[in-house]
Design a protein around this ligand. Structure first.
Ligand code: FMN
Length: 215
């Protein structure tokens, strides 16, 4: 569990009203351990397709609202569906908007956790792998483990869209606990620039971190 109260923003990569990924995030908000508060962002449909011309004219309201919500959050929880073995376009589009460094890079150094649910039997494994690759480019700091791959997901929710499968509820709880610890770890680190400075001050050779970085 996190040592400090933490606010998370949760984003589902689906615009569908009855999205199982949105339902998974709503379940996460209810299952969050003490000290962790989760708000679900449900406005991805307000983002235009990324276009540098639009960006140059000024960020649209929907983009500003998402960027501000991410900037204000201690961490970002993303639940992705899988579309054609990858992430849905709406999620990639949102990350493209978030990835821009001006006026500030809101994903740089941001703790992020990735989960996903699909009706297929692989539980978004390929989508999550693709999402991790995308997030690597943004310099977000993605929770390495555990993962949560909810397969055959329709059977895990009741008619009201509530997560009813006890095993999945337990896995989600465990992931949220780990994410709280990960957020503490990330914010306990000095800024990346000072780490780089420290490493470059160390003599090369042996097993010093400096030597590892230079290799
Ligand atoms: C265009 C499209 C492509 C899909 N491709 C995959 C896929 O590659 N693998 C998979 O497991 N499910 C695939 N699905 C099924 C989705 O996992 C399923 O529709 C899921 O419920 C979508 O998430 P949502 O309920 O959060 O909207 C696809 C669905 C759509 C609409």
């Amino acid at each position: 569990m996190s040592s400090k109260p933490r606010q998370l923003l949760a984003v589902a990569g689906s615009l569908r009203r009855d999205s199982i990924n949105l339902a998974l995030l709503r379940a996460a908000a209810l299952l969050a351990p003490p000290g962790l508060t989760i708000s679900v962002f449900e406005e991805l449909a307000s983002l235009p397709l990324f276009n540098e011309d639009i960006e140059a004219e000024g960020l649209p309201l929907g983009v500003r609202r998402l960027r501000e919500a991410v900037a204000a959050a201690d961490g970002l929880l993303i639940a992705t569906p899988e579309y054609n073995n990858s992430v849905p376009g709406v999620l990639k589009n949102a990350i493209d908007w978030l990835s821009r460094s001006a006026p500030i890079g809101v994903l740089t150094g941001k703790p992020v956790a990735v989960i996903g649910a699909s009706t297929g039997s692989w539980g978004t494994r390929l989508a999550q792998a693709a999402l991790r690759q995308i997030l690597f480019a943004t310099e977000a700091l993605v929770l390495p483990q555990p993962g949560l791959f909810v397969r055959n997901a329709n059977s895990h929710f009741d008619e009201g869209g509530r997560l009813s499968d006890e095993t999945t509820r337990g896995s989600l709880r465990k992931l949220l606990l780990s994410f709280g610890v990960w957020i503490d770890v990330v914010y306990a680190q000095p800024a990346a620039t000072s780490v780089n400075q420290e490493l470059s001050d160390q003599p090369a050779g042996g097993d010093s971190p400096g030597a590892l970085v230079r290799r």
